[in-house]
Design a protein around this ligand. Structure first.
Ligand SMILES: *Cc1c(COP(=O)(O)O)cnc(C)c1O
Length: 384
């Protein structure tokens, strides 16, 4: 990573893997618990008489001096409970941010002046938007590549690359990257690897175990899971890197709201149950959608709860479909208990690598037959 007087740089990638996989066991809990059990228990107060079972909301901008916190921008017990729970599931140390994009910008802010970032050519538009903005202002350079094409990624990796940004599955094309192979190759050229794990969640993919240096989350989505809170997070096993990222959060001030952290933690207690139902619904719907005449192509990686479809009727049909459903809500975002859908290219900032006829479905936890009845009748209307 190139150095500059003004721009802080990430420390060099350590040669050896920094910490053993798995992360710390929840305080006072037996070791070896499954992810489902840890989703319920990690980050709770100790089991002592009269302690609340759940970490309470601590509304405080100031703490009594000479402790670890001092001021509300430096730390909060409620954020820390969320961070402990997420860190436990990802197998690292988590830091919460005010939104997913605040977490993204904290990482990109650390890239050295003029350094090269290898990034997906189709990914969450906000991430690509930040990269384009930084490039336009002469802060860094980017090289875009199809991250699901491992050979293309490896071919694009040279000594010049300081950071590799992966999203997998990608938003909204749902392409899957070979995270392990890319991490190994990136580390060989001394580059850091960041994986946006928003779509997979730590229950379906643990990028730190696959070699990633930093995991990014929009906790707004599956982690919080109820479409009522904006929150982001970074997770790493590298203690030095965590210190650098915490320092940037302290300085830049993109800290989470206390209520948002509390809501996300409450949401995470049922993450495994919500995902189990949503993934089963998605698998069933993906199969049925592939057989519907209005659907030209189904994009579904075979796992997860997101399904994208490209409609034979083009952009017009894709704009009409969300207006014809009654149960599925026409809305952006994803990962909530309720099923939602939208044509992604209705957003001006959506990359042109996304089909104009693509409708992204965030499959919720409702009854799958009710979901299909509503969706199939709206699709029938398009071809009928
Ligand atoms: C939504 C999203 C983000 C941005 O998160 P916010 O919480 O909306 O700021 C980043 N990455 C992915 C993959 C997302 O879906």
């Amino acid at each position: 990573m190139s150095d500059s007087d003004q721009t802080p740089s990430l420390p060099a990638v350590p040669d050896d893997s920094p910490l053993a996989p798995g992360g710390p066991a929840p305080d006072g809990l037996p070791a070896g618990l499954s992810a489902a059990t840890r989703a319920v228990h990690a980050g709770r107060p100790a089991h002592v008489p009269d302690a609340p079972l759940n970490e309470p909301l601590t509304m405080a901008s100031v703490y009594v001096a000479t402790g670890d916190r001092e001021y509300g921008r430096y730390g909060n017990p409620t954020w820390q409970a969320f961070e402990a729970a997420l860190g436990d599931l990802e197998g690292g140390d988590a830091l919460a941010f005010s939104s997913g994009l605040a977490a993204v910008s904290c990482v990109l802010d650390l890239v050295g002046q003029d350094a090269l970032v290898l990034a997906p050519d189709a990914a969450y538009q906000g991430t690509l938007g930040q990269l384009a903005d930084l490039e336009m202002r002469g802060r860094l350079r980017s090289r875009l590549v199809d991250v699901s094409d491992t050979e293309a990624v490896l071919a694009a990796l040279d000594d010049d690359v300081a950071l590799v940004w992966i999203e997998s599955p990608t938003n909204p094309n749902l392409d899957v990257a070979d995270v392990e192979a890319i991490c190994a190759a990136a580390h060989e050229v001394g580059a850091y690897v960041v994986v946006d794990n928003t779509f997979a969640t730590p229950l379906l993919q643990q990028p730190l175990d696959q070699g990633a240096d930093i995991v990014v989350h929009s906790a707004t989505k599956y982690l919080a899971g109820h479409s009522d809170a904006l929150l982001g997070a970074l997770v790493t096993r590298d203690e030095q890197l965590r210190g650098v990222l915490k320092g940037r959060r302290d300085l830049l001030g993109a800290v989470p709201g206390t209520l948002e952290a509390w809501l996300a933690l409450r949401g995470m207690r049922t993450l495994h149950l919500r995902l189990e139902r949503a993934c089963a619904n998605a698998a069933e719907l993906a199969g049925r959608l592939a057989r519907h005449d209005a659907v030209g192509r189904v994009r579904y990686p075979g796992w997860g709860a997101m399904v994208s479809i490209e409609l034979g009727g083009g952009a017009l049909a894709a704009d009409l479909l969300p207006r014809k459903t009654r149960l599925w809500v026409h809305a952006t975002s994803l990962g909530g208990v309720e099923s939602t859908l939208e044509r992604r290219r209705r957003w001006a900032g959506e990359p042109r690598t996304v089909s104009d006829a693509l409708v992204r479905l965030s499959v919720g936890v409702e009854d799958v037959e009710d979901l299909w009845a509503d969706l199939s009748s709206a699709l029938d209307d398009l071809v009928g």
